[in-house]
Design a protein around this ligand. Structure first.
Ligand code: ZN
Ligand code: ZN
Length: 139
């Protein structure tokens, strides 16, 4: 961790992110950390999340819901459920062919890429319903 000082708040913040797979927002982490550190502020949590992300200990990602943090700092793709909004990790495929194709088409030197998947998770599929329901019963 390259000499990053892990103060108690920082350690609790890191644990809070790593203990969940929901890719939490700063507000979510704040609520978790506050249980054990009642006097911590949202600003402190936010600042430390950014520091941990800058150090590569956490990953951060921006989406429509704002900034989210990821305890999994390894490269990986995400699946976002349009039903419940949960973000799931997807094992990364070695996408060299994709990068090579793009490089050939554009002349860009492509160093990295990320794929975002969207759809419905298992829970939402079991609860039925399709993105555009036709003749679907309502209760
Ligand atoms: Zn879902
Ligand atoms: Zn992730």
């Amino acid at each position: 961790m390259r000499g990053l000082r892990l103060t108690r708040p920082r350690r609790l913040i890191l644990e809070a992110v790593r203990d969940t797979d929901v890719h939490p927002t700063a507000a979510f982490v704040y609520r978790r950390v506050r249980r054990r550190l009642p006097r911590v502020s949202l600003a402190t949590v936010y600042r430390n999340l950014r520091v941990l992300a800058a150090e590569g200990v956490l990953a951060e990602r921006a989406d429509a819901g704002g900034l989210r943090f990821d305890g999994n700092a390894e490269p990986h793709d995400h699946f976002t459920c349009i039903g419940c909004g949960r973000i799931h990790d997807v094992p990364v495929r070695r996408g060299r062919a994709v990068r090579a194709r793009l490089a050939a088409q554009t002349g860009f030197e492509v160093l990295n890429h990320r794929t975002e998947y969207f759809g419905r998770c298992g829970d939402c599929r079991r609860q039925g319903g399709r993105p555009s329901p036709k003749g679907q019963r309502r209760s």
